[in-house]
Design a protein around this ligand. Structure first.
Ligand code: SIN
Length: 309
């Protein structure tokens, strides 16, 4: 029987009493979806997963997106990406700077992201200080707190999200090992348009679906006004009152909801302070399209509907 212990903060809960390496029963699956809807970021401590088990657990929630460059995936399990600053025999074993600024994975896709599933293998420490946290901000709370006039004015607005924005931001930082995206890679990840405000597929709650990493334009506004409003939204959504931070332990699996949150990997550790994470990026295909009806959990909390907009 699983237990869910809320963090008592704006986001976050710990889920115990489950071994994620085993097949997930429909009952536990429904309980996890409900906890995701309620808390947005779930920690499953003390897990031991090989790459295939991490993939299989993640596939319960939707299809998995592979790497755009084809680099830094687990051998034989391309759905599992390696995020790491570890260097072996002079070669990096993972993408070292993944996610090191505010963003939402896969907002640039036609089918947006639903979840990240991140498994901590090595966590950097300096003395007794744990480094390399992951920070979150709650976009349900950020939507609620928008000025009513702005909510009304932007209620049917859409934003364009572009993968290349974040890629270039990271690539042009000192020490980056990223190459510019090739024309083929760019056309593999073309920009996409999504409503600025969405109804969450689990809870039905309105969320602000916008993030500094990928949002480039509010389409219904002039370019100048779009720029001004986006800057104001970015500032609004990063206020400390919406924030939550997860400090890692080895064996943690963290599952977070991309529709409800934006996030950032905190780069406060150095080259010799090793961090190794394994990641599956789960798309919102099943949560919007089927609502997991076949598992008897169309709307796990009984509050929502599986639709966008
Ligand atoms: C990510 O942005 O997907 C990675 C977050 C992290 O490594 O903490």
């Amino acid at each position: 029987m699983i237990s869910v212990e809320p963090s008592g903060k704006v986001l976050g809960a710990s889920v115990r009493g489950i071994d994620l390496a085993q097949p997930l029963s429909d009952v536990d699956f429904g309980a996890i979806l409900q906890a995701l809807g309620d808390y947005g970021v779930l920690r499953f401590p003390n897990q031991r997963l090989d790459a295939a088990a991490l993939r299989d657990f993640s596939l319960n929630f939707g299809s998995i997106q592979g790497s755009v460059t084809g680099q830094f995936a687990e051998p034989g399990v391309p759905e599992v990406g390696i995020l790491s600053n570890v260097v072996e025999n002079g070669k990096p074993i993972g993408l070292a700077d993944a996610g090191q600024d505010w963003h939402t994975d896969m907002s640039y896709n036609e089918t947006i992201g639903f979840l990240n599933v991140l498994y901590a293998v090595k966590v950097p420490r300096r003395g007794d200080q744990v480094l390399g946290a992951t920070a979150f901000s709650d976009m349900g709370a950020a939507y609620d707190d928008l000025h009513p006039d702005l909510k009304e004015r932007l209620k049917d607005a859409t934003a364009t999200h572009d993968f290349n924005k974040f890629w270039e931001m990271m690539r042009t930082r000192p020490g980056s090992r990223r190459d510019p995206l090739s024309p083929a890679q760019r056309s593999n990840r073309p920009p996409s348009v999504h409503p600025l405000f969405m109804s969450h597929p689990i809870t039905g709650r309105r969320v602000l679906y916008c993030n500094p990493g990928y949002a480039v334009r509010i389409n219904e506004l002039s370019p100048d006004e779009s720029e001004r409003v986006l800057e104001a939204l970015f500032e609004h959504q990063l206020q400390p009152k919406f924030r939550y931070q997860h400090s890692w332990s080895e064996g943690d699996v963290l599952v977070w909801d991309h529709i409800r949150t934006i996030h950032m990997a905190v780069a406060d550790y150095g080259p010799g302070e090793e961090r190794l994470m394994k990641r599956c990026q789960v798309m919102a295909d099943r949560v919007f399209e089927s609502g997991f009806r076949e598992r008897g959990v169309t709307s796990p909390s009984g509050r929502g509907r599986a639709q966008r907009g």
